[in-house]
Design a protein around this ligand. Structure first.
Ligand code: ADP
Length: 486
């Protein structure tokens, strides 16, 4: 195969310039590539000196450093020179040189390769330019983020927080972490870490925005402030793996709102405790009256009173539940229960109460034994069913389903075909007192407490309640539970 290569041609037209010169710099030989790049030719080669192709500064360097070093070590690699062509223009070159010596080890000549690095320089310049632009953008972002009242952060998928604006340090007095690697776990108050981790994990899995309330560690306070933590994934164009993803978000101080909510809760807790007994008494007297009265009009009045007392009772029970949740004392007593039978009895009751609705029950597993608090699970199913009915004024069909989710879990879903929930409202409907405001929902009675409570109940059963919904098509609320053996 070697006969295919013409050595002469290889020397002359190599993709780099070859040239040789005497120790005084006089050129003695060069290949065609060198001549083409520099503008010289073979006939007048001896009339050129290597320093003719160098700027003054470089020629001093050549004489003071280049030659002595070459003599000493016999070679020099990757020395960068701007080469001045015969026509006066220049190009950036990279030189490798080896010394040719005679028998007495005297320097006879220098053989050199010259690489034209014009393209490489161009790319380097482009890269430098891109870096400058990125640095300028970063500075702009930092300046801007320091002007806003919220704490702004950016983070990596690993949970490492790689930027915090000035507001963070002002709010928490944590100057000492400024130049250290910090993670969310270092910023968030110990008691709120679990809720953060659950939401962060879910947001990462679904590549979704998240929003939670947490306290931030604060060096100057034992009772740290509450913040609304919001984050959104920030994905680069060629996003392929999760590691390519960053996050950007804010911490907004909501301590004032939380504190006034606590005052409101305390008041409601005392009020509902005080109301519970008289209402139970009124309720029993009304039932006695219902039994003894004969007059149709009187009975109608009593029945209206009972209905109203019932809804007051529901409200008071909800408020008491909220108080218990807030005090982190929400009693749950789990026993082995058949979830399917709980569904059956709830559906039966709702069919009784809402004769104009068709509540369909699809059972794909029976028994579905789970560890659960029966009363609380009934509360969950009843609430989901009442909501599905309440928020479907134009549709009469509700589908309740229990099915196998995998070998050891069952999935329960309650689906209505009503007004649905918009994408913006979906993350908020589980918040306390949150109600969707619209012309369709404003006439539907409610307190915005039900979903908050059932979310806690499901959480106490080591699961989460989820929802899919589309405006004007309906909503499907669902959760899964681990089954236990018989
Ligand atoms: P309430 O129904 O008493 O207002 P919830 O906590 O049960 O309180 O629900 C919170 C909000 O979520 C409701 O006000 C309603 O806007 C929305 N919502 C709940 N369930 C449904 C549903 N099945 N369809 C449409 N919207 C719903």
């Amino acid at each position: 195969m070697t006969e295919l290569i013409d050595l002469e041609d290889l020397y002359e037209n190599a993709p780099c310039g070859y040239f040789s010169f005497l120790p005084d710099g006089t050129l003695i030989k060069a290949n065609t590539t060198f001549h083409r790049w520099v503008g010289t030719n073979n006939d007048s080669i001896n009339s050129y000196n290597f320093i003719d192709f160098l700027y003054k500064g470089n020629s001093i360097y050549f004489e003071m450093i280049f030659l002595p070093m070459l003599k000493m070590q016999g070679y020099l690699n990757e020395i960068s020179f701007d080469i001045i062509k015969v026509d006066g223009s220049t190009f950036p070159g990279l030189i490798n040189a080896v010394a040719v010596r005679d028998d007495q080890e005297n320097l006879k000549a220098i053989n050199v390769t010259l690489i034209n690095i014009t393209d490489r320089k161009k790319y380097e310049n482009e890269l430098l330019q891109a870096k400058k632009t990125a640095d300028a953008e970063k500075l702009k972002f930092e300046l801007l983020s320091n002007q806003v009242p919220d704490i702004i952060w950016t983070a990596l998928d690993s949970g490492e927080v790689n930027f915090l604006n000035k507001q963070y340090y002002r709010a928490t007095q944590k100057e000492q972490i400024k130049d250290k690697k910090v993670y969310f776990a270092d910023l968030i108050f110990q008691k709120d870490l679990q809720i953060f981790r659950d939401n962060w994990q879910e947001a990462k899995e679904l590549n979704n925005a998240f929003e939670i309330q947490v306290r931030l560690n604060n060096d100057s306070s034992e009772d740290p402030d509450w913040y609304l933590l919001k984050g959104i994934p920030f994905v680069r164009d060629n996003f392929s793996e999760n590691t390519d993803r960053s996050w950007i978000g804010t911490f907004t101080n909501i301590n004032q709102q939380i504190k006034s909510l606590q005052v409101k809760d305390e008041f409601l807790s005392i009020a509902s405790h005080e109301l519970k007994t008289p209402i139970t008494v009124i309720s029993s007297y009304l039932e006695i009256l219902q039994g003894v009265l004969k007059d149709e009009t009187h009975l109608e009045i009593i029945s209206k009173c009972i209905n109203n007392i019932d809804s007051m009772n529901v409200l008071i029970t909800n408020l008491l539940d909220i108080t218990q949740i807030n005090q982190e004392h929400f009693p749950i007593e789990k026993k082995k229960e058949n979830l399917t039978s709980i569904l059956k009895s709830c559906v039966e009751n709702q069919r009784e109460a809402h004769k104009n609705k068709q509540v369909e029950l699809i059972i794909e597993i029976d028994p579905a034994n789970v560890m659960a608090d029966r009363v609380r699970m009934e509360q969950v199913i009843n609430n989901l069913l009442t909501n599905a009915i309440k928020y479907s004024p134009q549709s009469d069909k509700i589908i309740v389903k229990i099915e196998r989710s995998d070998l050891e879990t069952v999935k329960v879903s309650v689906q209505g075909f009503g007004i649905g929930i918009s994408k913006e409202d979906l993350p908020k409907i589980f918040d306390r007192y949150y109600r969707v405001r619209s012309q369709t929902t404003d006439f539907i009675k409610g307190w915005g407490l039900g979903l908050f409570i059932i979310q806690q109940i499901i959480k106490s059963h080591s699961s989460i309640i989820q929802v899919t919904s589309e405006p004007n098509k309906g909503s499907c609320f669902y959760f899964t539970m681990d089954t236990v053996n018989d």
